[in-house]
Write a protein that binds this ligand. Structure first.
Ligand code: HEC
Length: 227
């Protein structure tokens, strides 16, 4: 019985192994093909096997690049930024809202910078009513801020803008959630408000209602929007 089981498992192991071979072979061929495309040199006309491989590699490259458009890259960068800032905010709030202000002040610019650098693009947040003057909108963002302010809230409705030689601008709207009202809402605790005013003397970012348009996440990628 035990022996039979052993044989079974041996057989299924070797079956698995032989099943793996085709995929390994495809991988090797694809790598060879990719190498040929990259070096653009040693392709021999007579060798049809390599030509097929080169075609396969080319198809997969095309698929990859059509999935990774500048807009999807920008959206992915903003998703990481949203996640990073959300985590920092939760950590800060665990210590108390006044402490969280300092955490936001120090962490938000650092996280924003790191995400942009890692992805070779610039990302950030901006608003029509700023807390931090460093987040002031660039010219191309102003009409978009105006537009989103005057339409019904539409979470996730992104927009792209052709910035010519600079590449592509991408924005996503930010709406106020109940959690955000602690520091941006209509009834901010007086002690907290005093701390905000101390660190941001020109703050205009209180008095928002939950659900109201608060500003934009933005990204500038190096590629233009149309390909
Ligand atoms: C603990 C207080 C606190 C909470 C809670 C908080 N923020 Fe902020 N917010 C800040 C501070 C401080 C800044 C300035 C930091 C920076 O970006 O340099 C800021 C900046 C911003 C900015 C950048 C534009 C500007 O005015 O400088 C946006 C947009 C923003 N917050 C939206 C939100 C949203 C949306 C939430 C809820 C998910 C939220 N905030 C929760 C304190 C807070």
């Amino acid at each position: 019985m035990a022996q039979a089981r052993d044989r079974d498992s041996f057989e299924s192991r070797s079956a698995r192994r032989s099943k793996q071979w085709p995929s390994i072979a495809i991988l090797v061929v694809a790598v060879v093909g990719a190498g040929l495309i990259a070096c653009d040199s040693t392709s021999k006309d007579g060798d049809s096997r390599i030509e097929v491989a080169a075609e396969t590699a080319e198809v997969s490259t095309t698929e990859a690049s059509s999935m990774e458009t500048p807009a999807t890259e920008a959206a992915a960068a903003i998703a990481s930024l949203r996640k990073g800032l959300g985590g920092a905010l939760r950590n800060g709030l665990a210590k108390g809202p006044v402490e969280a202000i300092s955490a936001c002040r120090l962490d938000a610019p650092r996280i924003t910078g790191e995400i942009g650098e890692g992805r070779m693009m610039t990302v950030g947040r901006t608003s029509h009513r700023l807390r931090n003057p460093d987040n002031a909108p660039e010219d191309w963002m102003r009409p978009l801020l105006d537009e989103y302010r005057h339409v019904e809230p539409s979470p996730g409705s992104s927009r792209t803008v052709d910035l010519g030689d600079r590449g592509m601008g991408y924005v996503e709207p930010i709406y106020l959630k109940p959690l955000c009202a602690t520091c941006h809402g209509e009834n901010v605790d007086p002690k907290l408000l005093a701390s905000i005013r101390e660190q941001y003397p020109d703050d205009e970012a209180v008095g928002f209602r939950v659900g109201e348009f608060r500003g934009l996440f933005w990204a500038v990628t190096k590629e233009s929007p149309v390909h």
